[in-house]
Write a protein that binds this ligand. Structure first.
Ligand SMILES: *Cc1c(COP(=O)(O)O)cnc(C)c1O
Length: 331
């Protein structure tokens, strides 16, 4: 395996902890959590691991500023803004409303949730509608390029092969922790986490199952996205591995009303993690994945003898977004 250039700023290895009080509620399986909500960069999360490789790639390309995009409460954009600040690079974020029907904020509206942190971190924000996100992102990038600013483009969710490599190495880290787990369960959206873990599982001999709970895509779309990205990531690492949709274990039964639309099952999961383990989940990603995990536990999907590890990917700053803060009181 080729050793990719990497900047080291994440707090690693992230701990693995037991969740005995949560586990006691269900079929007696041992439940564990890997704390990638504590990767250390501006409140942490899974994007920090990707950014160690993305920033190294940006430097290797002679980049002098970063451009990326996401939904208003994007954790990826917040961590990208922090990484940019840390390496002295200006950062422009193209943001769009989370869900259809939401309006763009006015220039004097106070920011909320992740947007507060984007502002503290000094990112320039360009607002657009979701339908125009691709063209706006291209325009912003082209304009900076034409102005001689040497921008480096980080795709949605940081899910390029270099970004996904962060989770190949995360699997190496996990294997070195010698934690026995039959299942790894986590939220999957832009696919970089899922692709990296899948490649890493293969390369480092993980014998359990890597199960991504889809946050926003149908099963075939997610499986194809993750398989393609996994193959490209293996290429980047100089490994001759090919992945097809059948190699990607995913569940898309918990999409509810769509991306960012938090429902009662997610609120229940968020409350259980908080009140039984003191763990804060987020309303968009980990809340959905935990709701899926809890439903699968209730359905008897896992064997009683199995150990299930929930890989916490972060996201708690969104708890403070106007759209989500009332969830704390129930629905
Ligand atoms: C981005 C994100 C995910 C999804 O990761 P992908 O690599 O985009 O699939 C999961 N959880 C949180 C908290 C995130 O911010």
């Amino acid at each position: 395996m080729i050793n990719l250039p990497r900047l080291k700023f994440a707090h690693l290895p992230t701990p693995v902890e037991a969740m005995p009080r949560l586990g006691a509620l269900f079929g007696g399986q041992k439940l564990l959590v890997k704390r990638d909500d504590e990767t250390g960069l501006a409140l942490g999360g899974n994007k920090t691991r990707k950014l160690e490789f993305l920033l190294a790639e940006a430097q290797a390309n002679g980049a002098r500023c970063l451009v990326s995009a996401g939904a208003a409460q994007s954790n990826h954009c917040r961590q990208t803004a922090a990484a940019a600040a840390r390496y002295g690079l200006p950062c422009t974020l193209v943001l769009y409303p989370t869900s259809p029907g939401e309006t763009l904020p006015g220039p004097h509206d106070p920011p909320d949730g992740n947007l507060v942190l984007d502002a503290w971190l000094g990112a320039d924000i360009v607002w657009t509608e979701r339908a125009h996100r691709d063209e706006t992102l291209k325009q912003v990038f082209q304009q900076q390029w034409d102005e001689g600013k040497r921008p480096y483009m980080i795709p949605y969710g940081g899910s390029s092969p270099a970004g996904a490599a962060g989770y190949v190495y995360a699997m190496q880290e996990f294997m070195a922790q010698t934690v026995q787990a039959d299942w790894i369960v986590f939220p999957s959206s832009s696919g970089g986490t899922h692709a990296g873990m899948t490649v890493g599982a293969r390369l480092f001999g993980y014998r359990g199952k890597v199960l991504g709970i889809s946050v926003d895509e149908s099963l075939p779309v997610l499986q194809k996205r993750v398989a393609d990205l996994a193959s490209e990531t293996a290429d980047l690492l100089g490994e001759k591995l090919r992945f097809t949709a059948d190699d990607i274990l995913a569940n898309a039964d918990y999409l509810g009303d769509g991306y960012g639309m938090t429902s009662a099952s997610e609120v229940e999961a968020m409350r259980l993690f908080a009140r039984r383990e003191g763990l804060l989940l987020d309303p968009v990603y980990t809340g959905r994945a935990a709701a899926g995990l809890i439903d699968l536990l209730r359905q008897g999907f896992f064997k009683p003898s199995e150990t299930i590890l929930f890989w916490h990917t972060g996201g708690a700053p969104a708890l403070f977004a106007d759209k989500y803060k009332r969830l704390a009181l129930g629905l």
